[in-house]
Design a protein around this ligand. Structure first.
Ligand code: ADP
Ligand code: MG
Length: 497
């Protein structure tokens, strides 16, 4: 990898297969994502980064750009950038440079943003994910460290704007892809995978509503085989749903413009969730407009090999590695393994229950089925599940050893969920859910059923298979649904000869 990362988007697209066409056009999408790093303090000052504080209570002299103040690099922010680089197989630059990005805006007290330009800390790497059955690889150009700006507040003021500098100096990692995506669905799948990685390794809390994970989608269209078209950049997409809607609208809009004979102007656009439309906010600045130059207040960021090695040794198992292990160690289908590694907590929950019960597939079915369904209706994460991994393990163990049926297990689960009980065996006893597996008792019930249903017995003996099902039904009814179906079947077969 060369020291200076020059964007050669066109050259990078040579030889890539054509994507699906929309009205004869190929869609090209590249992402820039701002992930807010989960440090306690800001990237160049000691002020706190906590969300939701009273305006301007978390901005210190450095954040306010008072004369004589100097930035001091936050080691935790660098460490998180290294973690990200390692997670996505990128090159962690041993020496990178901070630059000043100059522009005037009321929420930017210094008149410039400290960012990285020619030499970013993370270079290259890729994000891999599945879109349906198809494996996709989106290459990253770079990820660089920078500070966030403050916020302008318009709502509570008449004829004036308020400025809140709490966010000024909050550490960000800006993650830039090659224009490798070919549909809105692929773009959303990429963003979800990236979100999963940064939250998994814990460098970002991923809270999109609070702006901790903000995506800009660069979108262009072209006729297959043509050079890249002019892009428009949709700013600050803060939900996956809006992301898809905004990109889809933008694609249709661009195609219409071109079909009507208009050229696309490079621009920055905003998505309005109320109208479902994108609208140009400003024409696009070029890098030259920002008059980037190395920040003389900050020395080069030097990362020694042994720091990278130390971070590497502490990296958690990554989602794809964990999924592969679930397939290998627990014999789970690929689909289950991918679903169960949506988050680190879910992976750990599954594994704890699978180990304790020895019933990996059953646990998987319950986690992906009943448990996820209930969590979804409450919009809650698995970390808040009222049913613990240990309880689920007990529950599936009782299904596996024939103590309770699947239906009874749902009642037990419900009791655990609502706090109507905490001990699986106690709930089974209290609710009388035990299956009738005692052969002596079952045998006498079945004998009575056979005696009372001589017609069905005769029909079965004459070769009518359906008559057998009728007998099973009668027998289950006679056990009030508590008969172990497998044993009822076996006993009936045995007695009918
Ligand atoms: P800027 O900060 O000016 O937007 P960057 O080089 O940081 O420029 O990012 C450019 C982004 O736009 C990258 O994500 C890249 O993949 C994407 N991109 C570049 N050219 C195109 C294009 N023709 N169509 C769609 N996306 C593009
Ligand atoms: Mg951009």
């Amino acid at each position: 990898m060369s020291e200076t990362v020059v964007n050669t988007f066109e050259a990078q697209q040579q030889g890539r297969p054509t994507g699906p066409l929309v009205a004869g056009y190929e869609v090209i999408i590249g992402f820039e994502t701002h992930a807010q790093l989960s440090t306690q303090s800001k990237i160049f000052s000691r002020a706190a980064t906590a969300f939701g504080a009273e305006p301007n209570t978390q901005a210190c002299a450095v954040d306010l750009a008072l004369p004589g103040t100097l930035p001091v690099m936050n080691k935790g922010a660098v460490e998180r950038a290294i973690q990200f680089g390692l997670a996505i197989g990128a090159h962690v630059a041993p020496r990178s440079i901070f630059a000043r990005k100059n522009y005037f805006y009321p929420d930017l007290p210094k008149g410039y943003q400290i960012s990285q330009f020619e030499i970013p800390v993370v270079q290259g790497g890729a994000i891999e994910f599945f879109l349906g059955d198809e494996k996709k690889t989106v290459r990253l150009v770079r990820a660089h460290l920078e500070e966030d700006a403050g916020k302008s507040l318009h709502e509570d003021f008449i004829g004036q704007s308020g400025i809140d500098l709490n966010r000024a100096g909050t550490p960000l990692l800006e993650i830039v892809t090659e224009p490798d995506m070919r549909s809105s669905a692929e773009a959303v799948a990429y963003a979800k995978e990236l979100h999963k990685i940064v939250t998994w390794i814990g460098i970002c809390d991923g809270n999109m509503q609070e702006g901790s994970f903000r995506c800009d989608a660069n979108v262009s269209v072209r006729k297959p085989g043509q050079p890249l078209g002019t892009r428009r950049e949709i700013k600050n997409l803060n939900s996956f749903k809006f992301m898809q809607q905004a990109i889809d609208f933008e694609i249709r809009w661009q195609i219409e413009q071109i079909e009507d004979g208009h050229a696309i102007q490079q621009a920055t656009v905003l998505f309005n969730p109320d109208t479902g439309e994108t609208r140009a906010m400003r024409t696009k600045e070029d890098a030259a407009d920002y008059r980037y130059f190395p920040d003389p207040d900050l020395p080069p960021l030097v990362i020694a090999d042994d720091w990278v090695a130390r971070v590497k040794a502490q990296m958690p198992e990554l989602p794809r590695a964990m999924a592969a292990r679930f397939v290998a160690d627990y014999g789970l289908p690929e689909y289950d393994a991918t679903t169960l590694t949506q988050s680190r907590v879910m992976g750990a929950y599954f594994e704890a229950a699978a180990k304790a019960s020895g019933q990996a597939k059953l646990v998987s079915n319950w986690v992906m089925g009943e448990l996820s369904r209930r969590l979804n209706t409450q919009e809650a994460g698995i970390e808040t599940s009222p049913v613990s991994a240990a309880q689920l393990a007990q529950l599936v163990a009782r299904i596996a050893d024939g103590t309770i049926s699947n239906n009874a297990a749902k009642q037990v689960f419900d009791a655990l969920w609502t706090g109507d009980g905490t001990e699986v065996d106690a709930v089974i006893d209290a609710k009388g859910l035990k299956q009738m597996s005692d052969t002596g008792e079952l045998e006498s019930i079945i004998d009575a059923v056979l005696a009372a249903n001589a017609d069905n017995v005769a029909q079965y003996k004459a070769g009518k298979e359906k008559a057998f099902n009728a007998l099973v039904g009668q027998a289950m009814k006679a056990t009030k649904g508590k008969g172990n179906p497998a044993q009822v079947n076996a006993l009936l077969k045995q007695k009918l000869g």
